[in-house]
Design a protein around this ligand. Structure first.
Ligand code: ADP
Ligand code: MG
Length: 469
C-alpha cells in the first residue's frame, strides 16, 4: 500500500500544520481517493467501512472552501444519530483549528429547541445534525440553509434504514441547487442509489476495501519524565479525544491507579485486570462495547481474547518489555477500523524497550513531545452513553424488543437514543444516551411500583439501576 501525505493536496500551510499536530500524516485510503476530487468541488459517493477516516475526507472539503469571515451556514452535515453527530462535530472542531474561528453547531433531538434557536441566531458556519431535528427547524423557519455550499450525507445507508428519507429530501430542497454534495455510506445498495441519485450531480464514485494491516496504525512515542505518567495519559486523551481507548498498564496496581486518576479528571474509565469476578468483568466489557465507558485500562492478561470493535486508540501507559506483546497490543486498533492510533509513553529508563520494538518492527520510532499538544479547552469528554441494568433477563422471559418497546413507549425515547441491548440470563443491560437517560427511565416508574427503583416493562415491574462508571 502506498502512503500519501496530506502535503500533496493544495491546502494552506496552517491547515497542514494542524493536521500534523492531530497525528494525521498519511491519508487513509478513502481520503487519498476522494480528497483531490472533493477539493476540486466535485460531488462524491464514497463507500467505506467505519473507522476509515470519512469524517476528515468531507471535513477537509467543507473547511477548505469555508469563509470564516462570512457568518452564514456554509456546510451542513446530516448524520443518523445524535451520537454520530456529536462525534462528527468534535472531529470538525479539531480540523477547524487550522482555519481560525469557525462556529460549528450540532442540531439533534433529545434536547429542547429553544437553546438551539438561540445558538442559530448567533450564527454558525457549519451545522451537524440529525434529519428529524433539522427538518423541525426548517419547519419553524429557524434555520436558513440558502447559503450551504457543501452538503454531506454521512452514513447514508443508516439514515435511509431509519426511515429518514422524506426528511432528507426536504432538507436537500432547502439547500441551494448550486452546491457540492458528498455522500458517505458503509454499503451502497440499489435502493439508496436510486433514492439519492437526484441529490447528486455527476458524482465521482469511490469504494475502499477495509483490509489493512499495521500500516494503517499511526504509531507515536512520547517521552515523559519519571513522574506524571497518569497525567500524560489524560493529556493524550484530552488532545486526541478518542471515543474508545484501550490503555495498557504492566501491573494490576497501575491499572487501578490510572483508571482512578482518569475518572477523577472526568473520563469514563474502568480498570480490567485478572482477579475480577467474572460478572464484574462481563459488566465492564458490556459498558465498553456499548460506549458507556470510553477508556478501558487493562493488563495484557486481562485483555487477552478481547474482541473489541471500533477501537480507535491504544495507549501504552507502560511500554511492554516484549516487542511481540507491543505489536499485539497496538494491532487491536488497526482491525475492522482502518486507521488506528497507537500512543506509547516512555520514561528515560524505558528507551531500551523502544529500541527492541524498533528492531522488531524494522522501523524507527516516531518521537513526539507532550508539550507540543495544545491543551484542549473542552477538557475530558465523558462517554456518550450510560448503562441501565435491569434485574431481569432470559429467565424472566425478557427480550430486547420488550426493553426497547418500554424505552421508546412509556419512557419516551427515540429509537436512536437507545444503544446496545444485552439480555443475559438474570440481568439485562441497555445503553442510553447520557443526557436523556435519567429522565426517561424515571418515567418507567409509577405509584403502583413496589419501590422507587422499579420500572415497568410490558406490564411487569423490574428493579433497575444505572451502572456507575
Ligand atoms: P469513519 O467516519 O470512516 O468511521 P472517522 O472519520 O471517525 O471514520 O475516523 C476514524 C478515526 O481515524 C478517528 O479517530 C480519526 O481521528 C482518525 N483519522 C482519520 N483520518 C486519519 C489520518 N489520516 N491519520 C490518522 N488518523 C486518522
Ligand atoms: Mg463516520
Amino acid at each position: 500500500m502506498t502512503t500519501q501525505s496530506f502535503t500533496s493536496l493544495a491546502l494552506a500551510p496552517r491547515f497542514l500544520a494542524n493536521l500534523a499536530t492531530l497525528g494525521y500524516h498519511a491519508m487513509t485510503p478513502i481520503q487519498a481517493e476522494s480528497l483531490p476530487a472533493v477539493l476540486e468541488g466535485r460531488d462524491l459517493i464514497a463507500q467505506a467501512k467505519t473507522g476509515s477516516g470519512k469524517t476528515a475526507a468531507f471535513g477537509i472539503g467543507i473547511l477548505h472552501k469555508l469563509n470564516p469571515a462570512w457568518f452564514a451556514i456554509q456546510g451542513l452535515v446530516l448524520c443518523p444519530t445524535r451520537e454520530l453527530a456529536d462525534q462528527v462535530a468534535n472531529e470538525l472542531r479539531r480540523l477547524a483549528r487550522g482555519v481560525g474561528n469557525v462556529k460549528i453547531l450540532t442540531l439533534t433531538g433529545g434536547v429542547s429547541m429553544r437553546p438551539q434557536i438561540a445558538s442559530l441566531e448567533h450564527g454558525a458556519h457549519i451545522v451537524v445534525g440529525t434529519p428529524g431535528r433539522i427538518r423541525d427547524h426548517l419547519g419553524r423557519n429557524t434555520l436558513d440553509l440558502s447559503n450551504v455550499q457543501t452538503l454531506v450525507l454521512d452514513e447514508a445507508d443508516r439514515m435511509t434504514d431509519m426511515g429518514f428519507y422524506d426528511e432528507i429530501e426536504g432538507i436537500v430542497k432547502a439547500c441551494p441547487q448550486r452546491r457540492q454534495t458528498l455522500l458517505f455510506s458503509a454499503t451502497y445498495p440499489d435502493d439508496i442509489r436510486f433514492a439519492t441519485a437526484a441529490f447528486l450531480r455527476d458524482p465521482l464514485e469511490v469504494a475502499v476495501e477495509s483490509q489493512h494491516g499495521a500500516e494503517q496504525i499511526a504509531q507515536r512515542f512520547y517521552e515523559i519524565g519519571f513522574e506524571g505518567r497518569d497525567e500524560a495519559v489524560a493529556r493524550l486523551l484530552r488532545h486526541f479525544q478518542p471515543v474508545s481507548t484501550l490503555a495498557f498498564c504492566n501491573t494490576k496496581v497501575h491499572c487501578r491507579e490510572l483508571a482512578e486518576h482518569l475518572r477523577a479528571q472526568g473520563f469514563s474509565a474502568l480498570a480490567l485486570y485478572g482477579e475480577l469476578e467474572q460478572q464484574e468483568r462481563d459488566e465492564i466489557l458490556v459498558l465498553f462495547a456499548n460506549r458507556s465507558c470510553s477508556v478501558l485500562v487493562a493488563t495484557d492478561v486481562a485483555a487477552r481474547g478481547l474482541d473489541i470493535a471500533n477501537l480507535d486508540t491504544v495507549i501504552n501507559a507502560d511500554i511492554s518489555k516484549d516487542p511481540e506483546v507491543h505489536v499485539h497490543r497496538i494491532g487491536r486498533t488497526g482491525r475492522g477500523t482502518e486507521s488506528g492510533l497507537a500512543l506509547s509513553l516512555c520514561a528515560p529508563n524505558e528507551k531500551k524497550w523502544v529500541r527492541l520494538i524498533e528492531e522488531y518492527q524494522d522501523a524507527a520510532a516516531d518521537w513526539h513531545r507532550l508539550d507540543e499538544l495544545g491543551e484542549d479547552p473542552d477538557g475530558a469528554v465523558p462517554a456518550p452513553m450510560v448503562t441501565l441494568c435491569i434485574a431481569g433477563g432470559k429467565k424472566a422471559k425478557l427480550r430486547p424488543g420488550d426493553i426497547l418497546g418500554a424505552l421508546t413507549g412509556d419512557a419516551g425515547l427515540r429509537k436512536d437514543q437507545v444503544g446496545k441491548i444485552n439480555v443475559g440470563e438474570f440481568a439485562s443491560y441497555v445503553a442510553l444516551e447520557r443526557d436523556v437517560a435519567r429522565d426517561a427511565v424515571a418515567r418507567l416508574g409509577d405509584r403502583q411500583a413496589p419501590g422507587p427503583d422499579f420500572g415497568a416493562i410490558k406490564g411487569r415491574y423490574f428493579k433497575m439501576r444505572f451502572v456507575e462508571v
